[in-house]
Ligand binder design. Structure first.
Ligand code: SF4
Ligand code: SF4
Length: 378
């Protein structure tokens, strides 16, 4: 997308769509713009994150190029999504880092790797990286537990604080008047839409991965990636409980709960991220935005590396390669946490917020049509 002012372009395109409404039924964006003739910054920020980039409205659009209206809603929203992430990060310097995220994400990961290797080498001789370590506590003979837990806690805590503050600022932009009494009853619908990624179905048949044909590939790969990330997180939590509550130190047997969760998470996250990278490479660039594509690719490569390096640690943990593989994996994990606030990871809470507002709006219009449902009738 190349419009000089993406906000003006969004208003222009959304006015055309609002008058046309041919794509009503493809996704929640169209019911949300039905009957609207002007679009504020809040509206546009909300709508751009409500779009799941299924590209259905690009392939169905009768006003897409070469028509002089040149409507390209997926590319318009893709550019605006990046503005919405950068504009809500705090402090503002973090927004500037986000705008350079295709460099900042790899640079952060390299820095995290250097720090992790520096700590390992500063604690012991270089030979520790290529020495077989066995038995309980073997991982902590490579990187002592206080250093491992300290780096993990610092980077994860930073990610939670920065992502939460950006999400709350975004929510204030898109839903300034919404009360908690409206949020609670809308949560089940919003949670269902978030977990199932229903709208990646493009109204039913799926996404357009490359051309006018549709498939469920993107939705399935998205589930694998997100599910793998969650399983890997659960594995870390369970391992922590083993360590602190049961007094049993890693590495754990293959048949133990932390290893089974980590194995399932590593395999599914790696397959999902590599598959999504394949779809990025195959995608039609016309309804995309190069900035968003770079953002996606940087994040997916990082997820794939984290998943694959975790599997390598598991596969070679009783060999002399364990120290090198474990240090690399930990550096990648710390780099992932540190880079989360200025990576594509922001799309998860921002889209969740947009889906919650959509569920609230939908409930409001249902109550307006059937006032007895609100309990306000005599
Ligand atoms: S994307 Fe095109 S066809 Fe669909 S509602 Fe907008 S203008 Fe109409
Ligand atoms: S690309 Fe898909 S999700 Fe986005 S506005 Fe078009 S139909 Fe809706």
């Amino acid at each position: 997308m190349s419009a000089a002012d993406p906000m003006l372009e969004a208003e222009r395109v959304l006015r055309i769509c609002s008058a046309c409404m041919y794509c009503d039924g493809l996704c929640p964006v169209f019911p949300a713009i039905d009957g609207k003739h002007s679009f504020s910054l809040s509206d546009v920020s909300y709508l751009s994150n409500l779009c799941h980039n299924c590209q259905g409205c690009w392939h169905d659009c009768q006003y897409a190029p070469p028509h002089p209206f040149a409507v390209n809603l997926p590319a318009t929203f893709a550019e605006l999504r990046q503005h919405s992430y950068a504009d809500h990060l705090w402090p503002p310097a973090l927004g500037r880092v986000f705008r350079a995220s295709s460099v900042a994400v790899p640079a952060t990961v390299v820095l995290a790797l250097l720090i992790t290797f520096g700590l390992v080498l500063g604690t012991d001789s270089p030979a520790t990286l290529l020495t077989a370590h066995a038995g309980a506590g073997a991982f902590y003979r490579v990187l002592p537990w206080p250093a491992m837990a300290g780096l993990a806690g610092a980077t994860f805590g930073w990610a939670v604080i920065a992502v939460t503050s950006a999400t709350l600022r975004y929510w204030h932009t898109i839903a300034p008047q919404v009360t908690i009494r409206e949020i609670v009853p809308a949560l089940p619908v919003a949670l269902s839409d978030i977990i199932t990624v229903r709208h990646l179905g493009g109204g039913g048949p799926g996404c357009h991965d490359h051309d006018e044909r549709t498939s469920q590939r993107r939705r399935i790969l998205h589930h694998l990636t997100a599910g793998g990330f969650v399983l890997s997180g659960l594995s870390t939590i369970v391992a922590s409980a083993y360590h602190h509550l049961l007094g049993v130190m890693a590495p754990y047997p293959v048949a133990s709960l932390p290893v089974m969760l980590g194995l399932g998470g590593g395999v599914t996250m790696t397959i999902g991220a590599v598959g999504l990278l394949g779809l990025e490479a195959w995608a039609d660039p016309a309804p995309s935005d190069r900035g968003e594509t770079r953002l996606n690719v940087a994040f997916l490569i990082l997820l794939a590396l984290v998943g694959a390096s975790g599997l390598a640690v598991l596969g070679f943990r009783s060999t002399p390669a364990m120290g090198l593989l474990l240090t690399t994996h930990l550096g990648l994990v710390f780099g992932l946490f540190a880079a989360l606030p200025f990576s594509k990871a922001l799309h998860a809470p921002f889209r969740a917020a947009a889906l919650l507002r959509a569920a609230i709006d939908s409930r409001r219009s249902t109550l307006a049509r059937t006032p007895e449902a609100s309990g306000d009738t005599p």
